[in-house]
Each structure stands twice: as C-alpha cells, then as structure tokens.
Design a protein. Structure first.
Lengths: 122, 142
C-alpha cells in the first residue's frame, strides 16, 4: 500500500487530499459542537468516521516514507497536544462542561494543525 | 516581499491558517450537506443548522480568500503555470456560484435537497483535491 502511494503519480496527492477532507469533516463536527450549535451526541458518528479517516490517511502518508516523523520534535509536540485534548475532554465530561473547555479545545486543535504542518520542518 | 514570504517560515504559517480556514468553511458546509441527505445532525432542520453555522462558514471563506492570494502572490510564476492550481480556481468559482445560488435556495426552501447536497460535496471535495495536488504538479522548478 505504501508503495502505491510512494511510486504512483496519484497515490500521494489522493491520500493527502483525503487526509485534508477527513480533517475538514472532523473539524466541522468538533467546531459545531464547541460553539454549541449542535450537541456532542448529534455528531458522534461524523466525529468518529472523520477521526478514523484522518488517522488512517495520516498513517499511510507516513508509512510511504514521504516525511520522517520518528525524529520530529513537531510530531512529539503534536502528540502532547492530543494528550492535552484528551485530558480536557475527560475534565469536561466528569465535571460540568464549561465554556472554557470549548475555548481550550478549539485552541488546542488549531495548535495541532500548526504542529502537523511543522513536521516537515523540524 | 514576495520572495520573503516564499522562502521564510511565513509561508507554512500562512498555509496552516489556510487549512484552518478551509476546515471551518468546508467542515460547516459538509455538516449542512449531510443534514440535507438525512445524515448526522437530525435535531435541527437544515436551514437552522446552516444559519447557526453561518458565521463560521463566512469566517472560513474570508480566511481562505485572504491567505490564498498571499500564497499566490509569493510565487506567481509557479502557480500560474501549475495545472492543478488553475483547475482549482475554476472549481472554486463553480463551487462558490453553486453555493450562493442552488445550495442557498435549497436550504431555505427544501427543494432539490439531494441534488444540491451531492453537488456541493463533490465540488468542495474537488477543490480540496486540486489544492492538495498543486504540490505534485509543478511544471517548473521553483
């Protein structure tokens, strides 16, 4: 599979584009729930499918060897941010979900996007 | 100025902001499209969902329409000779036209729901695909 991505003209751009589309799908659902237009339960499956696609396409890109992530500081920062997001979600669900949780979540997701872009650089 | 943007860290920063903008715009539009197809947020009607999200769709649109031209300006020869970029611009115009005409009237009146939703999903996905393809279809070294 990673050879298909690395060696054809179309493999890498298509997987990369699916990664961005999945991110838009997931991000749209997360945004909508944090601005309280929808509830978390309404978009549960959109969120799950979006995140699954993001992780799968992301893993395919990395497996194709296009970007070295094992040594990347930015990648580690990204992982740390995802841990913080999980902690924020736990805090929100066990105690009451405060508006601050939503602000923090959205800020962390923005940081994740920057950290992801940074993997190619450091 | 153009050279500075192109060569420095400013370009990936602006590119990341472009990605955030497109996530806001396409993400909210996709939620409404899925609702038109009967998937996802069933609690609200499509028109209510769309108007609740409208501020963010608009913010996303403004973001991409500001960051996009900045990136274009940083390397005009590269983009103007890049077939993926040119295709993306055509698709973008079509997607925006469809959004502000057919999509808007569908959301408001409830007619042609499946057609408008599928068209919107296909058009915006194509814009994103073309955008991603830019990096792989450069005609000349830059």
């Amino acid at each position: 599979m990673s050879r298909i991505i690395a060696e054809t003209t179309w493999g890498y751009p298509i997987v990369g584009a699916l990664h961005v589309l999945a991110m838009a799908l997931f991000g749209g659902a997360v945004l909508a729930q944090h601005i309280r237009v929808v509830q978390s339960a309404d978009v549960r499956w959109i969120r799950r499918i979006g995140m699954t696609l993001v992780v799968i396409t992301g893993a395919l890109v990395f497996a194709s060897g296009a970007v070295g992530y094992y040594g990347s500081t930015s990648f580690r920062i990204k992982m740390a941010l995802l841990v913080l997001l999980a902690l924020n979600a736990i805090v929100a669900s066990r105690w009451s979900e405060h508006r601050l949780n939503s602000v923090i979540a959205l800020a962390l997701w923005v940081a994740v996007i920057f950290a992801s872009r940074g993997i190619a650089f450091f | 100025m153009a050279e500075f943007i192109k060569q420095s860290l400013l370009f990936p920063v602006i590119q990341s902001i472009h990605l955030i903008g497109l996530t806001m715009m396409v993400g909210t539009i996709v939620l409404v499209d899925l609702r038109l197809l009967g998937i996802g947020v069933c609690r609200h009607k499509a028109v209510d969902l769309a108007s609740g999200l409208a501020r963010w769709t608009r913010a996303g649109l403004i973001t991409v329409l500001v960051t996009g031209p900045i990136m274009l300006y940083s390397d005009l020869p590269r983009y103007l000779s890049n077939p993926a970029f040119l295709l993306k611009m055509v698709l973008l115009v079509v997607a925006l036209a469809a959004h502000f005409t057919l999509h808007r009237s569908t959301v408001r009146t409830g007619t042609n729901q499946k057609l408008a939703a599928v068209l919107s999903l296909i058009l915006w996905s194509s814009v994103v695909l073309a955008g991603r393809a830019i990096a792989d279809f450069d005609v000349r070294p830059y």
